[in-house]
Design a protein around this ligand. Sequence first.
Ligand SMILES: C[S@@+](CC[C@H](N)C(=O)[O-])C[C@H]1O[C@@H](n2cnc3c(N)ncnc32)[C@H](O)[C@@H]1O
Length: 357
Amino acid sequence: MTTPIDDRSFTAAQDFLLGMKSWWTRDLYPTLQEDFDRRAAKAGSEPTTVDDVDALIGDTVLYRTYSWLERHLQRFKYSGRYGLQPFHDQDRERLVDGLATEGLPEGALDLADDFDVPKYFRVVDIHQHPGGVWSDEIAGYVYERGARSTTPLAGKRHKDLHDRLTDRVEAGGVPRRLLDMGCGFGKSTGPFIERFRDADIVGVDIAAPCLKLAARDAAAAQARHARYVQADCTKTDFEDESFDLVTSTMLLHEMPPPEIEKTFREAHRLLEPGGRMVHVDFYDLPDPFRRYIHYGHARRNNEPYMEPWAEMDAVELLEETGFTNIEILPFEESDGTLAADYPYWRFPWTLIMAERA
Ligand SMILES: C[S@@+](CC[C@H](N)C(=O)[O-])C[C@H]1O[C@@H](n2cnc3c(N)ncnc32)[C@H](O)[C@@H]1O
């Protein structure tokens, strides 16, 4: 029998992993960047492709150490002796009881019978989450706890990102009917729910364990203007022109290109004329070093669709789908992160915005 994991040991182990990840972010990454710059200067020709970057640093002990830590710190975080999965697993019964849907207000949660999770999502444990965010009843809890340290410098302030997105959305006008695609356990929908009290807000996701958590939290916050629906965002049952705003946060990079195309088409169908679409995702990669680092991250973190998405011509696709006023901009997820001399590792956060003509 495995010895139970007590709270103190779990917290200490997770704090240690987060400390290592912060060191990786603040020290190892800048050292790697310096090493790359030095090697590029010595080579005498400007690297322009990820292959050029690979030729310069791919075989170095520094890059290999950086890569090993990136993969395995995440693996330990989820599956190690003190990982999120075994820790939550030992408390399964109580956690599942906490997701009982009987007490929810009518319409707060709409789960499909026999929902068909798309194959592209079933075949890989995205971000090394064992079984993904959809297959285990307690996956929502595991994902929620894991998301607190997704961006190591932000720590508990990771919420910053979603609040900033809400500010950005509000600057374009207060929505009346908002759809948050790929809402997960409601972290991206929550700030919209808090800020836009007069709007009808719907979060959709394919992962029932996450939706249950989202609906429970919305009910606890007395948010009667919000509801969560299990649906594939490429083919929902909502009527044409049901929304004036469609959003997503960190959804697109989890889908293969044909699904992204369908998602944009579905958003176009669901928006009323003049309606807006605002996505935040990883897309803006202005130089080959950052592209190389991002594509490596994708491989090491089990994110097979990240690279194909970053290679897509989003402007062309959005134009073809019938959108206008297309804007693709780097997104400042925390103060100062877009400064040219910002030294630390970060995701290539990007705003993808467009309007239905
Ligand atoms: C990285 S999570 C982001 C969750 C949330 N938006 C946030 O910011 O915390 C991506 C979410 O997209 C969902 N997802 C992936 N493919 C989807 C699809 N075809 N339809 C709806 N949701 C999908 C996943 O289940 C997951 O919850």
